[in-house]
Design a protein around this ligand. Sequence first.
Ligand SMILES: *[C@@H]1O[C@H](CO)[C@@H](O)[C@H](O)[C@H]1NC(C)=O
Ligand SMILES: *[C@@H]1O[C@H](CO)[C@@H](O)[C@H](O)[C@H]1NC(C)=O
Ligand SMILES: *[C@@H]1O[C@H](CO)[C@@H](O)[C@H](O)[C@H]1NC(C)=O
Ligand SMILES: *[C@@H]1O[C@H](CO)[C@@H](O)[C@H](O)[C@H]1NC(C)=O
Length: 185
Amino acid sequence: MDRATRTSLFLFLIFHSDVDAANKRIRDRRPCKQLVFFFHDILYNGNNAKNATSAIIGAPAWANLTIMAGQSHFGDLVVFDDPITMDNNLHSKPVGRAQGFYIYDKKDVFTAWLGFSFVFNSTQHTGSLNFAGADPLMNKTRDISVIGGTGDFFMARGIATLMTDSFEGEVYFRLRTDIKLYECW
Ligand SMILES: *[C@@H]1O[C@H](CO)[C@@H](O)[C@H](O)[C@H]1NC(C)=O
Ligand SMILES: *[C@@H]1O[C@H](CO)[C@@H](O)[C@H](O)[C@H]1NC(C)=O
Ligand SMILES: *[C@@H]1O[C@H](CO)[C@@H](O)[C@H](O)[C@H]1NC(C)=O
Ligand SMILES: *[C@@H]1O[C@H](CO)[C@@H](O)[C@H](O)[C@H]1NC(C)=O
């Protein structure tokens, strides 16, 4: 092999491994799984104890556990056990429960921090997905992290895009959750 051939072979190999790495990065950025769910939150308001799926369990000293605090609900901590459905109907057969909490953590605009799990119990899905992240809930869509999973979602990671699909005063809201997993096993 003369010197010129060796050089071009060398460059060819470098070029190819770069292209391969770039292709792999692009391929890896495509979600390996996409799922859409809805979950339904009925907040306790003083007279719906039977139907409520969530309750204020912590409030600032200037507020109480029945009515959301003023100043964008700042300081309220809500625990929930909400039904998850495949479509937007509260009365559809649930495929699992969304269980966790949200904390209102900004005084001048409605913003919460979410930490919860989807615990699946259906023929379609078993196991769980765990979520965490900031929820600037006045924004049309918000991205939170899918930080892990178990069962069908063993070691899953990705992004969940939340959208408030319906909102009735301070008693009911429905969130559409578009899940894109970028790590699947
Ligand atoms: C509880 O849910 C039922 C069925 O959806 C509804 O008819 C009833 O009005 C609800 N009760 C309260 C207190 O919200
Ligand atoms: C809770 O606070 C709301 C509004 O600040 C007030 O109207 C209500 O009476 C309070 N409820 C209790 C049980 O203290
Ligand atoms: C899961 O679903 C089955 C069948 O509907 C039910 O018997 C069981 O109690 C559910 N388990 C949980 C943890 O909800
Ligand atoms: C939410 O919306 C506001 C105003 O449209 C924008 O400035 C802000 O960056 C958004 N926040 C996030 C986290 O997307």
